[in-house]
Ligand binder design. Structure first.
Ligand SMILES: [Mg+2]
Length: 285
């Protein structure tokens, strides 16, 4: 009986798929969209490499837009937090879910009466979009994160919806990271109101494509040349891939069944530094 073919031949060499090199992606990107919570900071704690990475982008001529599902802080407040933490960035670079939702409502009905299920920062952003926050007889219910929410406030939001107000949600986030662990996100408030009212609230933060397109217009580059850096597989990865951008996820991001794989992963932003000497030098000029 002849030996089976190949008994003396080496097994075919199979190339294991190599994970993409995050540094190669960073170097070949024309610009970046950078998430805030879980990428630049956790609560009030700055994460490793955040400032140095942004200084590197500046030195390399790669513009940055900050793309965040934040709704509890206005863009003005976020810019203040940048200053407190020493993060180089301006209000004009920030694209927030609160702002995107406010601009949508303003486009539907300039000056609209809005019941805000959210905090002072959400109210401030609605006013900056030209809207009128009200306690009753609202045309819209704006759903964000409300740390002071009481049953009465949730009830009032639901009643506005039951009376016909249009529901608008900042984002679908289940939770967001803080120093002591996960905090329930706007998606939890969204689910509460939707269940009572029996209608869905459209989402205007990530992964809605519009907020990515606003940022891309600001950056002035086509999506295939821009890389999203985020920590949330559902909104950062799903949203950026849907518009044709690449995405690097920081480790600790929660994988989500059925979603794309990221183009690369990294421990934190310090793993994306390749102009170390320039970045260091820039900090001292
Ligand atoms: Mg995040």
């Amino acid at each position: 009986m002849s030996q089976g073919a190949g008994a003396n031949t080496p097994a075919p060499f199979v190339f294991a798929p190599m994970p993409n090199d995050p540094i190669a992606i960073v170097r070949s990107s024309a610009a970046f969209c950078v998430d805030l919570d879980g990428v630049l900071w956790e609560g009030n704690r700055l994460l490793p490499g955040a400032i140095e990475f942004l200084e590197q982008c500046h030195a390399a001529g790669q513009p940055v837009a900050f793309l965040t599902n934040t709704v509890s802080l206005s863009r003005r407040m976020l810019a203040g937090k940048f200053r407190r933490l020493g993060i180089p960035g301006t209000e004009e670079q920030i694209f927030s879910a609160g702002r995107a939702a406010g601009l949508y409502i303003q486009s539907r009905e300039p000056g609209a009466r809005v019941f805000v299920l959210g905090q002072a920062g959400t109210v401030e952003e609605m006013v900056s979009c030209g809207l009128t926050p009200v306690e009753r007889d609202a045309g819209f219910v704006m759903i964000g994160v409300d740390r002071q929410a009481t049953f009465d406030k949730l009830k009032a939001a639901c009643r506005e919806g039951l009376n016909g107000a249009e529901l608008v949600a900042a984002n679908p986030d289940r939770w967001f990271p803080e120093e002591d662990g996960p905090v329930p996100g706007a998606g939890c408030f969204k689910a509460f109101v939707e269940w009572c009212v029996g209608r869905q609230a459209p989402v205007f933060g990530k992964p809605d494509p519009a907020i990515f397109h606003h940022a891309l217009r600001f950056l002035g580059h086509p999506p295939e040349r821009v890389t999203m850096i985020g920590d949330n597989a559902e909104v950062d990865l799903g949203g950026s891939h849907a518009v044709g951008m690449r995405c690097i996820l920081v480790e600790g991001a929660h994988p989500h069944p059925g979603l794309d794989q990221p183009d690369a992963t990294c421990r934190d932003l310090s793993a994306l530094l390749y102009l170390r000497s320039d970045a260091t030098r820039l900090r001292h000029v």
